[in-house]
Design a protein around this ligand. Sequence first.
Ligand code: ADP
Ligand code: UDP
Length: 237
Amino acid sequence: MNQSTLMYSGKAKSIFSTDDNNTLLMEFRDDTSAFDGLKTEALSRKGLVNNHFNAFIMQKLDDAGVKTHFIEMIDDTKSLVRHLDMIPVECVVRNIATGSICRRLGVQDGMQLETPTFEFFLKNDELHDPMINEYHIRSFNWATDEEIQVMTELTFATNSVLVPLFREANIILVDFKLEFGRYQNELLLGDEFTPDGCRLWDADTREKLDKDRYRQDLGNVVESYEIAARRLGISTI
Ligand code: ADP
Ligand code: UDP
């Protein structure tokens, strides 16, 4: 596999083409952003930690039958993935209310939800990722009915796999965001699963071990990601 041209440089990752049209190289950079790119900073070692974290979670999901784009880790900051035709929609599942749902619905921060809830957002930084529903997705042809159903099922399935995995590490999986894409007539989980895109709380103290540390200027951002990684048995040294 020869790394070739940079295809896309996002807020936190870079995507390179390879000599195989069906695969891409995904580089996790140290760059960190919040508030749709308004706040940015490079945090040393974050790319390395997130690459290892993502590889571990993607493998666990694959093992549990949630098909993903992940192929293999190439080095400390890069992984080989299947080249997906991405659906421009973010799928969020929440077990506890915090973040935007509290601002939108006026519910108490930290409230345990009766059952996990699900939300779609449009992936569009300029519009600040507005919340959408499945009628919008169908009307604007962002995805088909069947794809909406599969994305919803796979996001809940991911929650069912990961809640107990994190619980064993004494961590509460509060919420997370997933992105899906098309690959040879199938829908696969794409993008990443790292503390950049989920909320992880220490089960005893509710200390935050995720990107809220960066959003809220709490400090020790990467150190906290590494605490979560170590508890899961991920080696990032
Ligand atoms: P953003 O685009 O929001 O700034 P990133 O910096 O994480 O985000 O960039 C990664 C980009 O790569 C995202 O736009 C994501 O949708 C896209 N992507 C993730 N996985 C794949 C994949 N397997 N194939 C093609 N594109 C992907
Ligand atoms: N999230 C994400 N990317 C986004 C928006 C949200 O990864 O562009 C994740 C976020 O880290 C959290 C979950 O999705 O784990 C729900 O985020 P929320 O809607 O509460 O938004 P926020 O409070 O971050 O604005």
